[in-house]
Design a protein around this ligand. Structure first.
Ligand code: AMP
Length: 520
């Protein structure tokens, strides 16, 4: 099995049907396969060699799918840049990975400036802008037709995934062909399950970036003959409209976007009820949001867990689990489900596996785990996350006696207050369950008396108000004293990362300012 086989197999099975489309056009399975093959061959002809790193700066588009697949089947190493993080981060990634080539869309904000300073020898434009640079279409047209591609070692690399950190030199996690194929198998078996086999054709709406979690669905959908519609950073209301217009049956979102959707009334959410799968991942979703999503958006919810260093899905909370969680066993909804086939997960403390129910660091091994970081041998700031095939994830959690895995938060976010270990997630859950409260972040700030003191910021649903004294009073009612925030702060918005997760570094700064203001 190879990724080239997936592309070719889809073309021979579903040839004339539409495989991918965006607001500018579409490609059938045959066209996609031909273009991917020709681009993979043509890149070699313009001087990019298999094994070279290629920076990619594209919008969520058909081009982003064909470039991703061409780089993969041609044996190049894709380094995707997030259009939303801006030139400073792109430059730091470029410096770390020293790419041979850069493929970009001049319509991405800041891209032309970045390209003018880029060190890549070969620069390719996604479509002509009047410059002398080659375009994708030209490379595809000039490539010799039918030239064969070499066989690839499954252990060879297909990508570097840089974390979106805001400080320090970004870390590029390596991803192999074997990692990607492991994800394809687990997606098909555990996340998509039977949902692609309905009587109606499957239509996947890529509302999140295909360079991150949404991209994990590209191969399974190709394999199953589904149509994939690419939206470029849509507003939630545009996403609902796109689901209606295209007859969307599947999508994957981060929890903050699901929370935005819950702001709409049931009539506005109606088109989403046709979804056969709404997957979410990337951060914990408060159980209260889960229940609302189940009742108001669709019961066909699936949660998965993973990270750039260990390709998702590592664990899955299936649609059946959600049903059971909502109707009879609420505890299941607090979990990230069970490990996928072939994924080994242990919880460890000080190098020893802890017993079921005990909190430890989640350690994972198996075919999903990245081979390591780019430039690992020259860096001293990577920590010890990889060791002999084991990945120390930095996530804390435990295995319940029923086999479901629970995450309590990142180890670096754990709060130690008055000698107690407190996990922000637990407090965030309680605050989110207060009627009217929408998003919450709980942080530990330095405190001379307590070591750290717990503080929280929250937003409210558009139709309600929850003032700070009432929120604090609710915390007193719901939480034991050592877990109660010392102060809570109502804000209009919480800071988000470019991938839509709550940005805890910026939230810490915000809470420092808010608490200073409050104390005078
Ligand atoms: P990234 O490497 O940017 O994809 O981020 C991975 C991290 O996001 C993980 O290590 C977890 O801390 C968090 N994460 C991913 N999926 C989930 C999930 N389903 N529930 C809770 N946290 C998650």
């Amino acid at each position: 099995m190879s990724i080239e086989n997936v592309v070719l197999g889809a073309a021979s099975k579903y040839g004339p049907e539409v495989a991918v489309e965006d607001d500018e056009g579409s490609l059938t399975f045959s066209q996609l396969s031909d273009r991917v093959h020709q681009l993979a061959v043509g890149l070699d002809k313009v001087g990019v060699s298999p094994g070279d790193r290629v920076l990619v700066l594209l919008r969520n588009s058909v081009a982003s799918i064909e470039v991703d697949l061409a780089l993969t089947v041609g044996g190049y190493i894709r380094v995707a840049l997030n259009p939303r993080v801006g030139e400073r981060d792109w430059a730091r990634i470029e410096q770390d990975c020293a790419p041979r080539a850069l493929i970009f869309d001049p319509r991405v904000d800041g891209a032309t400036d970045f390209v003018s300073r880029s060190t890549a020898e070969i620069v390719i434009e996604v479509q002509g802008s009047g410059s002398a640079r080659p375009t994708l279409d030209e490379i595809i047209a000039d490539a010799p037709f039918g030239a064969s591609l070499g066989t690839l070692d499954p252990a060879s690399l297909c990508a570097l995934h840089y974390s979106s950190g805001t400080t320090g030199v970004p870390k590029g996690a390596q991803r192999s062909h074997a990692n990607r194929l492991a994800s394809l198998r687990a997606m098909r078996e555990h996340v998509l399950e039977g949902s692609l086999d309905g009587l109606e054709p499957s239509v996947f709406i890529h509302a999140g970036p295909v360079i991150h979690t949404s991209g994990l669905f590209v191969l399974p959908l190709l394999e199953a003959g589904g149509r994939q519609v690419l939206l470029d950073h849509p507003h939630p209301e545009d996403m609902i409209d796109a689901i209606e217009k295209h007859g969307g049956t599947h999508t994957a979102l981060v929890p903050t976007v699901v929370a935005r959707l819950l702001d709409f009334d049931d009539a506005r959410l109606a088109p989403m009820r046709r979804l056969r799968m709404l997957a979410y991942a990337g951060a914990p979703m408060p159980v209260e949001h889960l229940r609302q999503a189940y009742h108001r958006i669709t019961p066909n919810l699936v949660q998965y867990y993973g990270m750039v260093e260990a390709i998702p899905p590592l664990t899955v909370l299936t649609t059946a689990d959600h049903r059971r969680g909502v109707t009879e066993d609420a505890d299941v909804l607090h979990s990230v489900g069970k490990p996928c086939t072939g994924v080994e997960i242990e919880f460890c403390d000080g190098g020893e596996t802890v017993a079921d129910g005990q909190i430890g660091e989640l350690v994972v091994s198996g075919p999903s785990v990245s081979p390591g970081y780019h430039n690992a041998e020259t860096r001293t700031d990577l920590g010890k996350s990889h060791d002999k095939g084991l990945l120390y994830s930095g996530d804390l959690g435990f295995r319940a006696t029923n086999g479901y895995l629970h995450l309590t938060g990142r180890s670096k976010d754990m709060i130690i207050t008055g000698g107690y270990n407190v996990y922000p997630r637990e407090i965030e859950e309680e605050l989110s369950a207060i009627p009217g409260i929408k998003d919450v972040v709980v942080i530990g700030l330095p405190d001379p008396l307590w070591g750290q003191r717990i503080v929280a910021a929250y937003t409210v649903e558009s139709t309600t108000t929850v003032d700070e004294p009432s929120a604090l009073a609710e915390c007193r009612r719901r939480l034991p004293d050592f877990k109660r925030p010392k102060s809570v702060h109502h804000v209009d918005d919480l800071p988000l990362t470019p991938l839509g997760k709550i940005d805890r570094v910026s939230a810490t700064r915000l809470l420092e300012q808010l608490t200073q203001k409050a104390t005078g």
